[in-house]
Ligand binder design. Sequence first.
Ligand SMILES: [Zn+2]
Length: 452
Amino acid sequence: MHNMKSFKNSLPCVGVLLVIISVLLCAGLTLANICDLGFNVQATESGSSSDDGSGDDSKEDNEEESSEEEDKADMDAIRASISEKQNQIKEAENEKKKVQSDLTNVKKIVSSLKDAKQDLEYYVTQLDGNLSDVQDKITQLNGLIVEKEKDIEQSEKDLAEAERIQKDQYESMKKRIRFMYEKGNGFYLDLIFGSSTFGEMLNKADYIEQMSAYEKKKLDEFKDTCLYLDSCRQGLESDKELLEAAKAQVEAEEDNLQQLISAKEQEISNTSADISNKEAAIAEYEADIAARNAIIAALEQAIAEENRKLEESGGTARKYDGGMFQWPAPSYTRISDDYGYRIHPTLGITKFHNGVDMAAPGGSPILAAYEGEVVAADYNSSMGNYIMINHGDGLYTIYMHASALYVSKGQTVSKGDKIGAVGTTGRSTGNHLHFGVRKDGVYVSPWNYLSK
Ligand SMILES: [Zn+2]
């Protein structure tokens, strides 16, 4: 600046030159620059009356274009995301419909069960199958909820991104609109009187047209962004609705489960208590116990046969080392029915109870009392879900009425392994573990191996 001043002082015509230089400099500042710089360039721009509009703006245009390309890529990604989101919504709605139709089926089964309740064995088997279906469904629904929560998290990220784009677009539009407004009529006057030739004016007019097209394009993009925001919000709300619906379904399923359990327990005790012929009731009870014993004895026989073959071929069968048992139901609250001769609660006669009943919450763990091999992990309408473990030397433990089995036949377990969950499947009224111990083909007192 100091050099310029001294130069200006020495040559009087330099002032005129400076005006020309500033005009040339301003000509370099195109409308596109002004658009992007907004108000900051207003003072400079108004100081100049000349802008041929076809100046050296290619560099700035390239920057504008590359940022436009980025915008376009953003918008393409957004549009792809919109259609993906719409597909997700559709899928989720189908899932919801499926869950609802399944729920209706549960109701149907309950009503058909009421008709079939005369056949207790059939009734119990159907109901237990139903209970495990409902539990599976609850597990599925919980998985659905976890997925929905992930979707919502993603939607919120998408929404934040769209809001950022919208804000950017809004800011640059504000600048452009403000510039056009400030320029007002002067803009057009400049177009006509500021052009020295007709060709220059046409160039400027062409530029204005291009700029209008650019504004329109920006407006369209702004609209698209708004559409996307709307779609994000809708998706998010729909996802949340689905999540809530799924939660409501889980709760409804749980209610159904509870209803089924209490209905079954009511039916079992009604059937036992309401049989007017006590002899028939006793006969039914004994037939039930005999059926259990037949299954267990058959299993023991098969093992004895295997052991015999094993020893014949030089092998050694499993041996019991005489150790004490692990308490199999650590969550138990009380012994609801002890081993030995007891007065049967509904039959009112003295009957032999071949195990210890441990009342524990449904779903609480059942542990292997001792190391051994699982010889049965199965379902039966009387024992419900049951497990039988061979500990060697003719010693077995039996666990009945489980809600879930975590082991399968042939598996080796260690003392204290979690093998199942307490339940009330089979002929059972209320959650409990029936724990039986057999030695050499007969039931023995679990207290020989357990300490309280
Ligand atoms: Zn029992």
